[in-house]
Design a protein around this ligand. Structure first.
Ligand code: PEP
Length: 247
């Protein structure tokens, strides 16, 4: 059985005042039936860990450098995230791939660093609209998966998030058939490269809201969601957690 995961990505949002959302969220779900994770801006990780208190909600970073330390001004390493209280880190988000030119090889190196520091890597993959319209979505995402998975990936240290680039922050969501097709193909591709393929959690991400979450969570091989905009407030994220608990 794969334990379901409701993950939020705050991106470059959040000041200390916004930690009130964590209190509201943990109060709303004192004993969740699913894993909850918020990937915070690095500046808030330690304070979020404090704000969470004894609640099982987990905290993640949004990127890490492939090196443990060194002369990389402005970057943050996996040991630093771990030290601040993170248990997870997103790697290969499409915004990092686009804004910073990150390749699959870069993502695999970051995931390797994350795992070496005891962090669970949330590896993001997804096709652009042009790639989907060209009929390349399956080939693109399975290729990204193979290229981005680190050696030594296991079900315990890896989560995969399918996030079609055209669905992120746009309000556009693939049909449930399209999600099922991609998630089925990803599971199949995982079987080719990992013994624990059945146990790896596959998240869907892209404009998930309280209103569409139940429909998405009913799709085979969807083990949860990576949520951007709707993770910023407890009011928006809580119905998604509830929908996942009821899935
Ligand atoms: C994301 O950036 O990971 C994401 C899924 O964003 P949104 O939910 O806002 O589309």
């Amino acid at each position: 059985m794969r334990r379901k995961l409701a993950a939020g990505n705050w991106k470059m949002n959040g000041l200390v005042d916004d930690l009130a959302q964590i209190k509201a969220l943990t109060d709303a779900h004192p004993a969740p039936d699913v894993d909850m994770l918020i990937c915070a801006p690095a500046t808030l990780i330690a304070q979020m860990a404090w704000a969470r208190g004894p609640h099982p909600m987990q905290i993640g970073g949004q990127d890490c450098h492939a090196a443990r330390s060194g002369a990389h001004t402005g970057d943050i390493s996996a040991p630093m995230l771990r030290d601040a209280g993170a248990s997870h880190v997103i790697v290969g988000h499409s915004e990092r791939r686009a804004d910073h030119g990150e390749t699959d090889a870069d993502v695999a190196a970051k995931a390797t660093a994350a795992n070496a520091s005891g962090l669970i890597a949330v590896i993001c993959i997804g096709e652009t609209l042009a790639q989907r319209e060209a009929g390349e979505a399956l080939a693109v995402v399975t290729g990204q998966l193979r290229g981005s998975l680190p050696e030594g990936a296991t079900a315990a240290n890896t989560v995969v998030a399918y996030e079609p680039v055209w669905a992120i922050g746009t309000g556009k969501v693939p049909t449930t058939d399209q999600i099922a097709e991609i998630h089925g193909a990803l599971r199949h591709a995982l079987r080719d490269v990992m013994r624990e393929a059945e146990a790896v959690r596959l998240l869907y991400g892209g404009s998930v809201k309280g209103a569409n979450a139940a429909e998405i969570f009913a799709v085979a091989d969807v083990d949860g969601a990576l949520v951007g905009g709707a993770s910023l407030t407890a009011e928006d994220f809580s119905p998604i957690v509830t929908a996942l608990e009821n899935a």
